[in-house]
Ligand binder design. Structure first.
Ligand code: AKG
Length: 287
């Protein structure tokens, strides 16, 4: 579980202050190979929640979510790779549940296939401060291939903004959320943005309220494939929204306000209670 490179105090401070941090070479090559195998499996046999967000004919922006139940490579990565301990350390969590995976592929020559500015909270069935996503690329990622961009400190703006459809950029959930995502790119002085070129083995970790976006893939030959592994810590509670995106429409057996748990949200780390193998065994048994 230990990351190949340690998470430093400076990383923890960056995550707390900016709502995002880039970690270099925290996943050994075997972990990335495992993800590539899982990714091939998802592309070959996507779930019902898959969507194609390509904005123009000939472009491909593929997305799928919560595939880990049937993709053993992702399940193993989520529960056993350094991702969980990275998430716990950055959030200061003593207990950690895995929330789910999210798979994104922007193929070359997909320049219009942008990821609109959004944050994750209005899409997720969880509330709390300790919710984050570990975004792990499978190959080099540059601004040109669709690198992620983050509005620095936006997790501290105290708002949950309306979700937007990736296919069109239109917002939804208008009765539930009062505010639209601010026009981040229109005012760089007011809304500073950070981005990172990444190599395999690197990742970014963003807070569930950090606004983020990404360009299309403007390269001719570099795919842009990544998997987000989402985790929730001590204060996270199950929540429901009136507008459930397709990929969250499954029965959890939980009531709003309850801590996460059960087979959908397995406990992966508990520094104060019985942990490690016992919890792993529970997750494997689907309890
Ligand atoms: O990869 C992308 O373009 C979007 C990723 C994202 O929104 C996320 O991981 O929360």
């Amino acid at each position: 579980m230990k990351p190949a490179a340690a998470v430093t105090h400076a990383d923890v401070a960056a995550y707390a202050g900016d709502g995002v941090v880039c970690l270099r070479q925290v996943f050994a090559p075997e972990w990335i190979e495992l993800l590539r195998a899982g990714f091939a499996r998802v592309l070959a046999e996507p779930t019902e929640a898959r969507a194609e967000h390509g904005r123009r004919a000939g472009e491909r922006f593929f997305h799928d979510a919560n595939t880990w139940a049937r993709v053993p490579e992702f399940r193993r990565f989520a529960l056993e790779s350094p991702a969980a301990s990275i998430a716990a350390r950055l959030m200061g969590a003593t207990r950690l549940n895995f929330y789910g995976d999210h798979v994104f592929a922007k193929e070359p020559n997909s320049p219009q296939s942008v990821t609109p500015w959004h944050h994750d909270y209005p899409y997720l069935r969880v509330t709390g401060e300790q919710v984050c996503s570990v975004w792990v690329p499978l190959q080099r990622v540059t601004a040109e291939s669709g690198g992620m961009r983050f509005a620095r400190g936006s997790h501290r703006w105290g708002k949950v903004y309306r979700p937007v459809r990736f296919t069109t950029g239109e917002e939804f959930g208008t009765e539930e959320f009062a505010d639209s995502v601010p026009a981040i790119d229109a005012d760089p002085a007011r809304y500073p943005v950070v981005s990172f070129d990444l190599e395999p083995g690197d990742c970014t970790v963003h807070h569930g309220r950090t606004l983020h976006a990404a360009g299309g893939n403007r390269t001719a030959s570099l795919p842009r494939r990544a998997v987000s592994f989402r985790y929730a810590g001590d204060d996270a509670r199950y929540a429901e929204h009136r507008h459930q995106p397709q990929f969250t429409r499954f029965a959890t057996g939980l009531k709003p306000g309850e801590p996460l748990g059960g087979s959908h949200y397995p406990l992966v780390l508990d520094t104060e209670g019985p942990r490690g193998r016992v919890l792993q065994a529970e997750a494997d048994a689907g309890t």
